[in-house]
Design a protein around this ligand. Structure first.
Ligand SMILES: Nc1ncnc2c1ncn2[C@@H]1O[C@H](COP(=O)(O)OP(=O)(O)OP(=O)(O)O)[C@@H](O)[C@H]1O
Ligand SMILES: Nc1ncnc2c1ncn2[C@@H]1O[C@H](COP(=O)(O)OP(=O)(O)OP(=O)(O)O)[C@@H](O)[C@H]1O
Ligand SMILES: [Mg+2]
Ligand SMILES: [Mg+2]
Lengths: 219, 219
């Protein structure tokens, strides 16, 4: 599904360029369930952004289903991210002026207009444990863990083939965290490919395969 | 140091008022080291905000060093928060247009103007593991765990007597997380009062006392 060859990612910066990824080669197959671990600053979020086609490498190749990401047009990239990839950001990135329902159904509306989105957001919010009485709350009117779960629900609403989660349980208690991982395992059993960045070995234990990062490399 | 009697906090909301705290009574003594745990949405951040005088209860009393928070003038409250309380927010709340150094020295500059702040931010950034080469980065140019540690450094720069941390290790690997907790333990040994909200039992284990919350109450 995803192939990376000798990928480097450098962030130019006045204080000194940062080599966030320093020659990464990896393959993610259909139906994989991968955990990416490593110290703070080791390049995990950067790697996930490249897998999710949110950014391009400085050098090296990223291919999704055999096609080099560099060769895709802007329209093709947009369509790919909207229809095939669900991304949960480390800092959630919810839209502050929209409420829970509007945030979660947003990718669905982008994909199909507003018909049929109601049946899509209800089951996903239920599965993630967000109650009806919170539906009209805006992100600033939610707890940290509730915001995190709404971000996860939003990533899942279009039933994407590739699910990418950056620290999806950092603000959740053990019970809510297991609920999220059970949901991801269930989606994986039904054929979805899942990649989770996590600092928590107990969360990584749900995955079939682990990748360890250190200083921008896979070790 | 802090005394709360029968504290209720209700957030009015068109969808239905939310009783975030439902009759909380507790005391925090000088030199305490307390961990607050509980499910997502149980009221932990709300409780911490009241302890830190960032908000007032709907009913009930919050006193800090014998003085009811309601009786303090705006100036007295501002001075209290700036000089005596260090607060680490669950979502960091760093100032996006300021770099690491400017963010961390901000409370110091508020307190004493810009003299002497250099000697204050250097040791605290060193203790928390943020290297010099990141000093001129803005929050958006940092990893999630680096942002979290900069938020912690900012809370500690004025050497506050009361240190309040809302999920301070959620984005940190085990090693960086222990480094933060060792720092808090050291500050506690030297007389500072520490309250940490956490979902992680291994982080709570550093505290001398644990408080469990459920549905806005202490259980
Ligand atoms: N401004 C607000 N308006 C309405 N409801 C709110 C507001 N802020 C918080 N709440 C609600 O109050 C309850 C308690 O929130 P709080 O942030 O204290 O929980 P928490 O224990 O810190 O949760 P978490 O572990 O997820 O961070 C939640 O159900 C939340 O939805
Ligand atoms: N826009 C940017 N400009 C400069 N440096 C950056 C930028 N974004 C990230 N970095 C740096 O790149 C490195 C890798 O960042 P990344 O966010 O991938 O780390 P991470 O492994 O996800 O860390 P964490 O576990 O703390 O979230 C970090 O040292 C960070 O400071
Ligand atoms: Mg990250
Ligand atoms: Mg909270």
């Amino acid at each position: 599904l995803i192939r990376m060859r000798d990928v480097r990612k450098v962030y130019p910066h006045p204080a000194g360029d940062v080599v966030a990824l320093d020659g990464v080669t990896l393959e993610i197959g259909h139906g994989d369930f991968i955990a990416i671990m490593g110290p703070s600053g080791s390049g995990k979020s950067t790697l996930l952004n490249l897998i999710g086609c949110l950014d391009l490498p400085t050098s090296g190749e990223v291919s999704i289903e055999g096609r080099n990401v560099r060769d895709l047009s802007d329209d093709e990239l947009t369509e790919l991210r909207r229809d095939c990839i669900g991304f949960v950001f480390q800092t959630f990135n919810l839209l502050p002026l929209l409420n829970v329902v509007e945030n979660v159904e947003f990718p669905c509306i982008l994909k199909e207009g507003s018909r049929g989105c109601e049946e899509r957001f209800l089951p996903v919010l239920k599965a993630i444990g967000i109650e009806r009485d919170l539906f009209s709350h805006r992100p600033s009117e939610l707890s940290g863990g509730q915001q995190q779960r709404v971000a996860i629900a939003r990533a899942l609403v279009n039933d994407p083939r590739l699910i990418l989660c950056d620290e999806p349980t950092g603000n959740l208690d053990t019970k809510a965290g297991s609920q999220v991982m059970e949901l991801l395992m269930d989606l994986n059993r039904r054929g979805r490919t899942v990649v989770v960045v996590t600092h928590d070995p107990r969360i990584a234990a749900y995955a079939k395969r682990k990748i360890e990062m250190m200083d921008g490399r896979i070790v």
